[in-house]
Design a protein around this ligand. Structure first.
Ligand SMILES: [Zn+2]
Ligand SMILES: [Zn+2]
Length: 343
């Protein structure tokens, strides 16, 4: 199969011809239909988030069709003991199209897993970092970490929901009932979360790179009350802010825009260093917190909400072989919304 492979930090992804992966028991064999590109992929390429065992197929926003294989003939739901021998369709057969997110496996027995915080499991394995991901024609994934894609969403439109959407959703939840919400960095995650926040009745203030008029007008089209550069101040005090851009300097910037009691939520897996700032910016019970990964509960909840909003994703589509170009365009901010690879 064709795949785009990470070999080492600083190198371009390599177009490779790999054997089709074999599903282990409990795994699905997936024919990849689309795979979203994420800023985390740039952090992996740059070594800011480490890949322990390269070579590795990147890609953790996979939309795929489930191929019927060994894994689901055995299916989790067998015949009822003592009852008539009825073949229950396995979960996979009921859901011919699935999404695979960043969270690929957790241990299920650690304190975090047992307290509803599997996103913090120290033994967790992540798709496209510890497990081969979706920048390929085929992939395998643990059935328990695959999710039904809402109907009515074409493959390409659904892909960004699986990380930009899910991490964005978890970040939004950390904002509590804040009505005036700032979104710092208006890319894939923010363009989804702005729609959800508006649907929830919040006001959205979009903060982009200075002078990025394309992102600012895109934010306004999606219902933002105001959009401007990070060198400007929002016209009102924010009750919460989510920072999706990887620039640590945005933390004091966002604190300056925040009302007393407000929260700054850092939605990214990596940020540049945070410059020092006066304690006064944090005073009055403002807080700063990060969001790490996602839980399966986040995924179920978010994918249920998506068609209710309904969220519309804005995507730029690249053929699989142009993964490097998609990543370069993401780095340079050359598209609005999200980039998606199609094999
Ligand atoms: Zn665990
Ligand atoms: Zn991601």
């Amino acid at each position: 199969m064709r795949a785009m492979v990470f070999d080492r930090v600083g190198a371009r992804l390599r177009a490779a011809d790999l054997p089709r992966p074999e599903p282990a028991p409990g795994q699905l064999l997936l024919k990849v239909r689309a795979c979203g590109v994420c800023r985390t992929d740039l952090h992996l390429l740059d070594g800011e988030v480490a890949i322990a065992n390269p070579p590795r197929v990147l890609g953790h926003q996979i939309v795929a069709s489930v191929e019927h294989g060994k894994a689901f003939d055995e299916g989790p739901a067998g015949p009822v003991p003592g009852g008539p021998r009825v073949e229950e369709p396995s979960r996979a057969e009921r859901q011919p199209r699935v999404g695979v997110p960043w969270l690929g496996w957790t241990c299920g027995i650690c304190g975090y897993c047992r307290s509803g915080r599997e996103n913090l499991c120290p033994n967790a394995k992540f798709t496209g970092r510890d497990i081969d991901g979706g920048m390929a024609e085929w992939a395998v994934a643990d059935e328990r970490y695959c999710f039904a894609i809402p109907e009515g969403y074409p493959d390409e439109q659904a892909a960004p929901l699986l990380c930009a959407g899910l991490i964005g959703w978890r970040s939004l939840r950390m904002c509590g009932d804040a009505k005036r919400l700032g979104l710092y960095g208006f890319g894939a995650a923010a363009h989804i979360i702005a729609q959800v926040a508006r649907w929830q009745g919040r006001e959205v203030y979009a903060i982009t790179r200075p002078g990025d008029e394309a992102a600012q007008s895109f934010a306004m089209e999606l219902g933002a009350s105001w959009a401007g550069g990070s060198d400007e101040s929002p016209p009102t005090e924010l009750e919460a802010a989510i920072i999706f851009a990887p620039d640590g300097a945005l933390i004091p910037t966002a604190l300056r825009a925040l009302a007393p009691g407000g929260t700054v939520v850092c939605g990214g897996i990596h940020m540049s260093d945070i410059p020092s700032f006066p304690y006064e910016l944090l005073w009055h019970e403002r807080s700063i917190r990060s969001v790490a990964n996602l839980t399966r509960a986040d995924a179920s909840e978010f994918l249920r909400i998506v068609p209710e909003v309904p969220v519309k994703t804005h995507v730029t589509i690249y053929p699989l072989e142009q993964a490097n170009e998609a990543l370069a365009d993401l780095r340079a901010g050359r598209f609005t919304g999200a980039a998606v690879l199609v094999p």
